[in-house]
Design a protein around this ligand. Structure first.
Ligand code: FNR
Length: 363
């Protein structure tokens, strides 16, 4: 079917499951243990309902904002995710092209399957990308990585911190692929029977800690975003104590610790306990965002922008660049319609009074 056959992001996921290889589907869809966090990421959005306002002029609206200073036409960005080439031969390049055309930003994963040269060669003029890294065990390698990202022209550094070790991703592990298969599919060295995620996870430093943050700051001027914050306490440490430029509330799309809270729940708690932090700093959120209304709810609670991971991997797997464009188009339509029906014309009007928490099933 053509990309327009997908009316929403769930349609895209259904197509992807049918069309993609078993290896790609298992790697992209897999989550930790019993998938409680994976499902809760989305379910948490169902516990917030709107308090819409009417009779406001809404024909002209703006969905523009900035993410660590990077202008974006929508409050969404493409979350860094590994190995887009498992789904399509052009891999991350398809996402970069679609993001450039739509005027949104993207995090390029440490484990991207396209080279920096390939990515930069399809970037349009004025398009800004962020580089996501895990901390390598060898700090010299870490420094080299950061310097390479600067030289390549990335505009921000995302340090992912929810992955000290790799979560137990059973769908991926169950395929019991040989190291040769995995290496052929991913271009990375692999280990028999461990699955893709574990195979590519070995170079990370499990002892990366808060003391490394000032060190990163000392070697780069790039804005620093910490991705994978899962508690109010760590949000406070990152923003109050280490003054990082921004944080992403994220549990890696449910791929790491099962029973880690939904990022929206953490955002809600942050909003109740430390609203000042949300006013002063940029806080982004990802995990389970599949509707324009999800984006609006996160912004009402104080998030600056949201990231989407799997929807882009799936769309890329089915249609390549066109699919990535379709994800953005669907989100744009849903965000704009949602804003109008909520009675707001710009993102700064998305405030907590437009939303209410419902702790039971309201239907
Ligand atoms: C990821 N994610 C991720 N995060 C990161 O910082 N570096 C990475 O290399 C990857 N790789 C990766 C691969 C795959 C297949 C998935 C699904 C996810 C996590 C990603 O950035 C984001 O946090 C989640 O995907 C958000 O959840 P949704 O939108 O997929 O529900």
């Amino acid at each position: 079917p053509p990309p327009t056959a997908a009316l929403n992001l769930s349609d895209i996921e259904e197509f992807a499951e049918k069309v993609m290889t078993a290896t790609a589907w298992a790697y992209y869809r897999s989550t930790a243990d019993d998938e409680n966090t994976y499902w809760e990421n989305q379910a948490a959005y169902g516990r917030f309902w709107f308090r819409p306002r009417v009779l406001r002029k809404i024909s002209r609206i703006s969905t523009a904002t900035t993410i660590v200073g990077i202008p974006t036409s929508l409050p969404i960005y493409i979350s860094p995710s590994a190995l887009a080439r498992l789904g399509h031969p052009d891999g991350e390049m398809n996402m970069v092209r679609a993001a450039g055309e739509a005027g949104i930003t993207q995090g390029i994963s440490h484990h991207a399957s396209c080279s920096t040269e390939e990515i930069m060669s399809v970037k349009s003029l004025g398009q800004n990308l962020m580089y996501q890294m895990y901390m390598p065990k060898d700090r010299k390698a870490a420094k080299d990585l950061i310097k390479q990202a600067e030289r390549a022209g990335y505009k921000a550094l995302i340090l992912t911190v929810d992955t000290a070790v790799t979560g137990k991703r059973e769908l991926d592990m169950r395929l019991k692929q040989s190291s040769t298969n995995i290496a052929a599919a991913t271009g990375k060295a692999a280990v028999d029977g461990l699955g893709i995620a574990h195979s590519i996870g070995f170079a990370k430093d499990p002892d990366v800690c808060w003391d490394d943050i000032p060190w990163i700051r000392s070697i780069t001027r790039l804005p620093l975003i910490i991705k994978g914050i899962q508690s109010v306490e760590d949000a406070e440490i990152a923003l109050d104590k280490y003054r990082v430029d921004a944080i992403v509330l994220s549990n890696h799309g449910g791929r790491q610790l099962d029973y880690a809270p939904a990022p929206l729940t953490v955002l809600h708690e942050l909003h109740e306990r430390r609203p000042d932090l949300l006013r002063k700093h940029e806080v982004y959120i990802d995990g389970g965002i599949r509707r324009g209304t999800d984006v609006l709810k996160a912004l009402c609670l104080g998030a600056r922008a949201v990231g989407l991971g799997r929807p882009f991997l799936y769309a890329n797997g089915v249609w390549g660049e066109e699919g990535c464009r379709r994800v953005i188009e669907i989100m744009r339509e849903e965000i704009e319609t949602g804003m109008r029906l909520l009675g707001v014309t710009s993102l700064d009007q998305l405030t907590p009074d437009l939303i209410r928490y419902v702790d039971r099933d309201p239907c």
